[in-house]
Ligand binder design. Structure first.
Ligand code: ADP
Length: 550
């Protein structure tokens, strides 16, 4: 019986479920020769193509089947960006199991907590992370076996890790004759925990459907704009929010993939950019800081690098300007979060902006941008009333869409939605053209005499000073105003600026009452597991700080 006979109201299209395995099948069949290049933990460069990646993913899937991995089982990884990790992405999710990527920069105690909470069955890890595995093994009795992503001869022989296997052995011992199973597209595909700067980390459980939709959506020209002409180097880690979906959207579009492995310093990245003719990259601002410093110090230019997406925390306008004007790299400022797969908005111009002056264009590009189709957003006040889109009124940012969580894994934290919307915890404005700008994370805003001061603006001004490398602004206690902004700044090597000079530099750039009350120069800023500045640590460190009262 055809679907028309069943119901004349139903469309007559195939109900093929959207499954992650179809991405690698597609890349094998239509872009089979396109390359995947990885700088390995072993130190050398490894290169192969999508067809070979698909073949090895199926060999690994057969290995999992023999190990008894079933639909829905969680398989964890502790790994850098590399071809073996990519194979695990497809072998695990493609088999119907759940790929649980763990952030190795977390404390081993937190890693053990997460692995136990997720009830992981097997753990795959890069050699670099052997010490982490050794530290957690006694605390994770539920993990049945460990797979070190290396050849047999690299395995430790001290017997300290039970049921330890070599990844390459598993691949070699298994055939690539494997048919990807077909199941409900709403099945869980992968799991990523938030970094848990407050309280225990909570899991975002993605589905096959949400992942495919996010891969389509994020590929759009005003999103990541990834194509078969690109050579893509994801600096964003595959261990946190699936490297912003690039391991899925690159094969969807047939783009070349270039994985940096553990070497994220400026020199290693620059060499890979040049050798592999990288055209597109994505990362958090702190990564670009290292790369730009290296390039500037050595008087280098990029020969193929054309476009980058920067997000995860606010991209300082000074960094965006350097990339655009000095190096000719288009910067797309993007915003998202673990709970959103992660992409929510990206900043690109519209046709009507073509004739604007450079400064006006820059002002728009500095914003976190427009939603991608699939994401809807609004700003509300504390009573939940929707606020106007005038580019000035700020409020709590809420989102909804098919690649945004409706609850955390195992319902941790209870009901999180507010009337069907997910509260992001960010404070933002939206302008008449729908461009959203993050003012702050709600827990980072400085509450001065009942008014809010957004710290991102203040930090952006500070890092536009030629002597300042990095800056963070926090609220500290003030007897009259409750809280006032304190600026913590790191100077560029060899550069000099006084407290007074830096404060003067703010003149005319922000409202007078926003001016930081004081500046403290420090050696470095504490960074969290995802490369973001840990403001809660700074608040703790400067809890007793006495602001000048004059
Ligand atoms: P966590 O750090 O808790 O793991 P995510 O990595 O998911 O969380 O980060 C999400 C948060 O990062 C957002 O809610 C927002 O505060 C911040 N963020 C992400 N992109 C940007 C951006 N472009 N500008 C400012 N803040 C951003």
């Amino acid at each position: 019986m055809s679907s028309y006979e069943k119901s004349p109201l139903m469309g007559q299209m195939m109900g093929k479920p959207m499954l992650i395995s179809s991405l690698i099948e597609h890349a094998d069949r239509y872009f089979g020769k396109n390359e995947i290049v990885s700088r390995r933990v072993e130190g050398d460069i490894h290169r192969y193509n999508y067809s070979e990646c698909h073949k090895r993913s199926k060999q690994l899937a057969n290995a999992f089947a023999k190990l008894g991995v079933k639909l829905g089982d969680r398989i964890a990884t502790l790994a850098w960006n590399g071809y073996r990790h990519l194979e695990a992405y497809y072998a695990v999710s493609g088999s119907g199991a759940v790929l649980h990527t763990i952030n190795p920069r977390l404390h081993p105690e937190q890693i053990a907590y997460i692995a136990n909470h997720a009830e992981d069955q097997y753990l795959l890890f890069d050699m670099t992370f052997l010490p982490i595995v050794q530290a957690i093994v006694a605390h994770c009795p539920g993990i049945k076996g460990y797979i070190m992503m290396c050849d047999q001869d690299k395995l430790p022989t001290d017997g300290k890790i039970p049921n330890l296997m070599a990844y390459e052995d598993l691949i070699e011992a298994n055939s690539d004759d494997f048919a990807w199973p077909v199941f409900d597209e709403n099945s869980a595909s992968s799991l990523c925990y938030t970094s848990g700067t407050t309280g225990n980390p909570k899991g975002a459980l993605y589905s096959h459907r949400s992942t495919i939709l996010h891969s389509y959506g994020s590929s759009l020209p005003d999103g990541l704009n990834v194509s078969a002409r690109d050579s893509v180097l994801p600096v964003v880690p595959m261990f946190h929010v699936n490297a912003w979906g690039l391991p899925y959207s690159a094969p969807l579009n047939g783009a070349k993939l270039v994985f940096p492995g553990p070497h994220l310093d400026g020199k290693s990245l620059y060499e890979l950019f040049e050798q592999e003719k990288v055209t597109f990259s994505a990362g958090v601002p702190t990564v670009w800081l290292g790369l730009l410093t290296y390039v500037a110090q050595n008087n280098l230019k990029f020969s193929t690098f054309k476009r980058t997406v920067i997000g995860g925390s606010a991209c300082p306008p000074a960094m965006m300007k350097t990339l655009r004007h000095t190096y000719g790299v288009e910067v797309v400022h993007a915003w998202g979060m673990t709970e959103m797969s992660p992409l929510g908005t990206a900043g690109t111009l519209m046709a009507k902006h073509a004739d604007l002056a450079e400064e006006e264009k820059q002002a728009i590009l500095q914003k976190q941008g427009h939603v991608l189709y699939g994401v809807d957003m609004k700003i509300v006040d504390d009573a939940g009333q929707e606020l106007p889109w005038d580019g000035k009124t700020y409020g709590n940012l809420l989102v909804k869409g098919p690649w945004i969580i409706n609850s955390y894994y195992k319902n941790e934290g209870g009901d999180v939605l507010e009337d069907g919307w997910f509260p992001t915890g960010d404070v933002a404005t939206i302008d008449t053209d729908g461009y959203m700008q993050i003012t702050d994370r709600s827990k980072d805003v400085v509450k001065s005499g009942g008014e809010w001061i957004g710290t991102i603006d203040l930090e952006n001004v500070a890092v536009s000073h030629p002597a300042i490398l990095q800056a963070a602004c926090i609220g500290v206690f003030h007897p009259k105003w409750d809280e006032r902004p304190l600026l913590l700044a790191v100077k560029k090597p060899g550069a000099e600026v006084s407290r007074e000079e830096l404060l003067q530099f703010f003149d005319g750039k922000v409202a007078k009452w926003w001016l930081p009350d004081d500046v403290v120069f420090i050696e470095s800023l504490p960074l969290g597991a995802t490369g973001k500045i840990l403001k809660n640590k700074l608040r703790e460190q400067f809890k007793e700080y006495k602001l000048p009262t004059a």
